[in-house]
Design a protein around this ligand. Sequence first.
Ligand SMILES: [Zn+2]
Length: 310
Amino acid sequence: MAAPKDYYKILEVDDKADAAAIKKSYHRLARQYHPDVSGKAGEDKFKDINEAYEVLSDAKKRAEYDRLRRGYAEHQSRRQGPGFERVSYDWSPEDFGGFGTIFEDLFSGNRDFGRPEPRTVPEDTVRITLEQVAQGTTVNLTVNDVRECVVCHGRDSSCPRCGGLGQVAEPRRFDVTVPPGVEDGAVLKVGEYARLRVEVAPHPRFQRQGDNLVGRLMVAVPVAAAGGEVAIQPLLGESVTVKIPKHTNHGKVLRLKGMGLPHRGAKVKGDMMLEVELRFPEPFSSEDDTLYSQLKNHHEEAGGEIHAPR
Ligand SMILES: [Zn+2]
């Protein structure tokens, strides 16, 4: 297990040397270390020289070797940090016939050189209530986090950890904070690359309009006419008393300041907008009939205008 052999060093040339300089240096060294001259002691050196020359004299092999050498250097500098397993790999080819295969194996799929391939972004959707929008909530999310195999770094087809895929999917649990005031359809970032899409379920009583909560408020006709109070159930918490001004007509919108939703990331809150709908208290008693008749006789106005539908 070693770094790539430094063929330039072996041939005593620098890595910018042209073909002629490489050839010249090779001839000189081959003569010097030829087994006939240097005997058994020079045998390994002679093998190295020939190996180096075979690669560096072939433009295509040399280009691939340069790439590999650069990749290895970058890789080494990236892997210095704590927590990373120092990686090395078997460099020396058994014979030169296997060279191409080794290069292909090392470079296919961008294995350890450069950044990992972009991964599909796992996205999940969560549906929350309007009450949860008002308060914020936490969603537990498990993401299958695909990471490079730390055992083989994608180099061992018989790796027991990744089965040779070079990547391992590990379920990772996240507690995702959904902020108060989150918008319907908002996408929250989870961990390094996962996403959580937030959908807000429809509410039976309120409709959301930005930070405002909109609803229809039923008010009894006598209360609307004479003025009074009604108890309303807000989105959260105990019921609240709302003043109905006298002469409140059907369709009037009452604005309750600050009773809407929080604005995401801010301290301000929207309002509650209630459109008044007048209702006759039922059932009608005979006394009611008498009173309404008296009221009718007080007024000449009976209505009769036609308006377009809302
Ligand atoms: Zn592995």
